[in-house]
Design a binder for this molecule. Structure first.
Ligand code: SF4
Length: 209
């Protein structure tokens, strides 16, 4: 990598783009909404059940100018969801400014483990036990989404909800490999604790990306 590329990456003018595609948001509050997904490479959070482990090594994904990402999105979509990987490993300010200048709604899916950068219409915070969110993001999250792999994750969910601003929507989502076991448990839990809602990975049931 040249020095110039390194500087552009640090400044967020180019980003390691793993994939970008137009689909329906499968999870959480915007389930069923058409959106352009931009998956940025790089994550060191290390969830053992992660379903996008190919995203972890940023060096495997082409350093892509943000203008190209925005041009691709502009052809088809009005809402862009930035996901990863962990997108906040990178400076999101230039990409989100460019998207906002083009009148996109801009959403993020993040573990919150890195400092928040960028301008967002919707922040989906999905905390992970092995690398907790930094404090400031709890104040601005619009939605808290806890992935439930086992029963103990419900205790973690309640701890995280305590830290999150009271306007945030609260979602419990069964981890996909455990969904047969966890979904009935979460249905019961949500009925007992209706401040939570159930989120399921509808895109996986629909077999869309
Ligand atoms: S934070 Fe997301 S991308 Fe990173 S390891 Fe966990 S599930 Fe995978």
């Amino acid at each position: 990598m040249t020095n110039e590329t390194q500087i552009a990456l640090e400044e967020g003018r180019i980003l390691p783009l793993m994939e970008d595609f137009y689909t329906l948001q499968g999870e959480g509050f915007y389930t069923g909404t058409a959106a352009y997904f931009v998956r940025i490479g790089g994550c060191d959070v290390g969830c053992h059940w992660c379903d996008v482990k190919e995203s972890w090594n940023a060096a495997l994904h082409p350093a892509t100018p943000i203008e190209i990402i925005v041009e691709n999105a502009k052809k088809v979509a009005k809402t862009v969801v930035i996901t990863g990987g962990e997108p906040l490993q990178w400076n999101m300010k230039p990409l989100t400014e460019l998207l906002k200048n083009q009148a996109f709604k801009v959403h993020i899916e993040t573990s919150g483990a890195y400092p928040l950068s960028g301008i967002w219409d919707w922040i989906c915070l999905s905390p992970k036990k092995n690398k907790l969110p930094l404090e400031p993001i709890y104040e601005v999250a619009n939605e808290l989404k806890i992935i439930v792999h086992n029963k103990h994750d419900l205790i973690f969910a309640e701890e995280q909800a305590q830290k999150t601003n009271p306007n945030a929507l609260l979602y419990l989502q069964p981890e996909w490999s455990k969904q047969a076991e966890m979904t009935p448990l979460l249905i019961d839990y949500v009925m007992q604790n209706p401040q939570w809602k159930l989120s399921i990975q509808t895109h996986k049931y629909l077999n869309i990306p």
